[in-house]
Design a protein around this ligand. Structure first.
Ligand code: SF4
Length: 236
């Protein structure tokens, strides 16, 4: 069937302002939106810029705004949309456009780095690995599914109104280490998250949870950070 794609185009190095370009694509209902974008780039317009890598919802690089909703282009199918085969494709909101559908992820990654996204343990290392029980791992399992696609942060109304808010993806990563039974930096982690640019910036609006392509209960995890702050650094 024929699908109409209206695609955001903008090259800040060459264009004065953004524009939208129309493409017609032959697609099957089971085609991914990413398949359609590939067809456009491979068969019609090699200048169209977008990111994609694994094409299977693992790398998180093709998060876009599709008909007004944030999602991974490789996880959304043509038949998922009841829009008479008309698609409007735009970059992630909130992020600065580098070219067309490619956005600057650096501010997002800097915020991710700010929560120290690695295990901190100042105890002498054991001979083997630092073992974690299955029960303890279950606590942090939701956060282990995060692919850093940035869909949650791009959709977050607080991130849009407060540029200093660390955002749901970074808070989720913080949750992963605050609740890791092997991490010994819980106190300093919670102190760093105790403010309106940290966990208290979250107003529990659930948009992050709604858009997460990995089904992670992001809002609930942020709530658990708030609870840990209230409980004065106690591990669960
Ligand atoms: S929590 Fe979900 S939406 Fe947010 S970056 Fe991770 S995978 Fe993407």
């Amino acid at each position: 069937m024929k699908c109409q794609f209206t695609v955001f185009r903008f090259d800040p190095a060459a264009d004065e302002s953004p524009r939208y370009q129309e493409y017609r694509v032959d697609a099957e209902p089971t085609d991914k939106i990413l398949d359609c974008l590939n067809k456009i780039r491979w068969e019609q317009d090699p200048t169209l810029a977008f990111r994609a890598s694994c094409s299977h919802g693992i790398c998180g690089s093709d998060a876009l705004t599709i008909n007004g909703h944030v999602g991974l282009a490789c996880q959304k199918l043509v038949r998922d949309y009841k829009t008479a085969n008309n698609f409007v494709i735009e970059p992630l909101p909130l992020f600065k456009v580098i070219k067309d559908l490619v956005v600057d992820m650096n501010p997002f990654l800097e915020k991710h780095r700010s929560v120290k996204p690695y295990l901190i343990n100042d105890e002498p290392p054991p001979e083997g690995e630092r073992i974690q029980s299955q029960k303890d791992q279950t606590v942090i399992e939701p956060a282990l599914r995060c692919i850093l696609c940035a869909s949650c942060t791009a959709s977050c109304p607080i991130s849009r109104s407060n540029p200093d808010y660390v955002g749901p993806a970074a808070l989720l990563r913080a949750f992963r280490y605050v609740y890791d039974s092997r991490d010994t930096a819980t106190g300093s982690r919670l102190a760093g998250l105790d403010g309106n640019d940290g966990a208290w910036g979250c107003k529990t609006m659930w948009w992050c949870t709604d858009v997460c392509p990995k089904g992670i209960p992001v809002t609930r995890c942020i709530g658990q950070i708030k609870r840990a702050i209230k409980q004065k650094d106690k591990k669960p």
